[in-house]
Design a protein around this ligand. Structure first.
Ligand code: NAD
Length: 531
């Protein structure tokens, strides 16, 4: 039987070996790795979703691998899928497929590449609700934000579809009279894309869309806890008709296959988003092989609230930046520095704004906060909250949230800790949870100093009406993403994105910045024959 396309609701399809692929009358999906022939209920079918690698246009059901359960963090007893741990041989196959596909893909015209990216955008748009629900279930992103992320993925694909037909070089005056000199940008070759779990649609797409728009091919390793969403995105490319081998999906644990991938001599570049520990290992390996690399890593983002700020606006946006999606964004607000004069008023408004953000299962349409990703994260955030008691004063939250249905998931109460010295661990380290540290400052200068006092430099925000303070802040703040009267989170899909200092390898992603990483420049000079 063909594994291409969607099987309609209730359709009965059998494979050569007599394996029933899909007989469930309530099933609208086709899970290409599902090989069970003993399924008697839809619920059982969900549990049996055994995920496959997607290599050279084929879904490869792994054999002889170890498996892990992909768990719904809102309800940890629900297993969404079984994920292979990954094997070195699979990585080799994927790199080989990307290498084999490269020459033909490189030689496609810009219009042909643009057309395929537009098709992928259309398929993704048609599947927005379904994929949004998968994101909500799999990584615990509240459903409203999860669907918005899929919409953002559509915008990213459309942006880079247009980029595929934009100029790729410049004419440069030659010193020799009558000669023509120009620079031209060319693709690199097979590129590894390694993505984190917290933006399982937008981040892989803001890497893969420019990679393929500029003529590269891709081996993509998503975070293992986002494998179901990754499978959906690979399906989107397959449904759009992307040629075999242009995007290859390898599932598995970073600790099992990460080194095999990043140390492979067949790659020409690695683009990574994730933690700084893993990022720095990748940088070392890439430098050893002298290939291009790009890292976007952690953050400890601050918001500064001056005494002339609109306090209602500041409290609302700081609450949202710190607590939505349980603070699990690289750009989440994890510190707020408040002018002494307005501190009491700000804290009061902040409490009210946080209380207005429902903590609920991610698929609940009212949910704003959602669960932490794993039991380990829950433990880690709890340990930081205990540190908060030692190094400051916990004025809100501080405990695991376990009332009612929340007891089935990894929920932590939105937490605010005040009176913490800026050099305390809780004020310096990335926590990746709904925990906000509040400092007070006596001047604009001191507030900027506190904001700059961690090793990170990703995103920052200032709330003020004072143009002079804003100008001083723009000049002196050490961050890649700088906002005034805005949330530290979020970025327009067509604007450059990235951090300074330990948050990044100092390159930028998205928008017009992406061409810098995904292409290499040749300088060409043509002289007249015989001249
Ligand atoms: P992580 O570093 O644990 O994992 C990221 C990816 O790297 C995953 O696909 C993982 O499987 C893979 N990996 C793990 N070990 C590897 C190895 N040895 N070799 C190669 N790959 C390996 O990060 P995470 O928990 O998925 O994501 C959270 C982190 O990501 C946070 O630190 C957050 O700040 C950061 N993040 C940064 C940005 C940004 O743009 N700056 C955006 C989102 C998330």
């Amino acid at each position: 039987m063909s594994r291409e396309g969607m099987i309609a609701r209730g359709e009965q399809v059998e494979s050569e070996g007599g394996v029933v692929w899909c007989t469930m009358s309530r099933c609208e999906d086709v899970w290409k790795g599902c090989q069970r022939d003993d399924i008697t209920s839809y619920e059982e079918c969900i549990v049996s979703k055994t995920l496959s690698h997607y290599i050279a246009g084929e879904w490869l059901t792994p054999t002889g691998e170890q498996w892990s359960d992909d768990i719904n963090p809102s309800n940890s007893s629900q297993v969404l899928a079984r994920v292979p741990a990954g094997q070195a041989g699979v990585v080799e196959r994927a790199i080989e497929a990307a290498r084999a596909a490269f020459p033909a893909w490189k030689n496609k015209t810009g219009s042909e590449k643009a057309e395929l990216l537009h098709k992928a955008a259309n398929v993704l748009a048609a599947r927005r609700q379904e994929l949004g629900e998968i994101v909500a279930q799999e990584v615990g992103k509240p459903i409203g934000e999860a669907v918005q992320e899929v919409d953002r993925g559509v915008m990213i694909l459309r942006y880079f579809a247009a980029e595929a037909v934009h100029p790729l070089g410049q004419v440069i005056p030659a010193q020799k009279a009558g000669s023509l000199q120009f620079s031209m940008r060319q693709p690199l070759g097979p590129v590894a894309v390694i993505s984190p779990w917290n933006f399982p649609v937008a981040i892989p797409l803001w890497k893969m869309a420019p990679a393929i728009a500029y003529g590269n091919t891709v081996v993509w390793k998503p975070a293992e806890v986002a494998s179901l969403t990754a499978t959906g995105i690979a399906e989107v490319f397959a449904q759009a008709g992307l040629p075999a081998g242009v995007v290859n999906l390898v599932l598995g644990k970073g600790s099992t296959i990460g080194n095999v991938l990043t140390g492979h001599a067949g790659l020409r570049a690695i683009t990574f988003t994730g933690s700084d520990t893993v990022g720095m290992q990748i940088a070392e390996q890439a430098a050893r092989n002298n290939i291009k690399y790009q890292l976007e890593m952690g953050g400890k983002n601050a918001a500064i609230v001056l005494d002339d700020a609109d306090i209602d606006q500041a409290a609302k946006l700081v609450a949202a930046g710190a607590m939505r999606f349980a603070g699990q964004k690289c750009t989440a607000t994890s510190r707020v520095v408040v002018a002494e004069e307005v501190n009491t008023r700000f804290v009061e408004r902040l409490r009210a704004e946080i209380a207005a953000l429902p903590l609920a299962q991610a698929t609940d349409p009212n949910s704003a906060v959602g669960p932490l990703i794993t039991a380990d994260s829950l433990e880690k955030v709890g340990a930081y909250a205990e540190l908060g008691v030692k190094s400051g004063r916990v004025v809100l939250g501080g405990q695991r949230a376990s009332r009612g249905s929340l007891s089935d998931g990894f929920f932590f109460e939105p937490t605010v800790v005040t009176d913490v010295p800026p050099d305390a661990r809780i004020a310096q380290e990335e926590i990746f949870g709904p925990l906000l540290v509040l400092h007070r400052a006596a001047s604009v200068k001191e507030a900027i100093q506190v904001a700059n006092s961690t090793k990170y430099g990703l995103s920052v925000s200032l709330f003020t009406r004072d143009i002079n303070a804003a100008l001083e802040y723009i000049q002196d703040i050490d961050c890649g993403m700088v906002r005034i009267n805005g949330d530290t989170t979020g970025v327009d899909p067509h604007a450059p994105f990235g951090g300074m200092r330990s948050s990044s390898s100092h390159s930028r992603e998205q928008g017009p910045a992406a061409i810098e990483f995904f292409t290499e420049t040749k300088t060409v000079q043509i002289n007249a024959a015989g001249a």
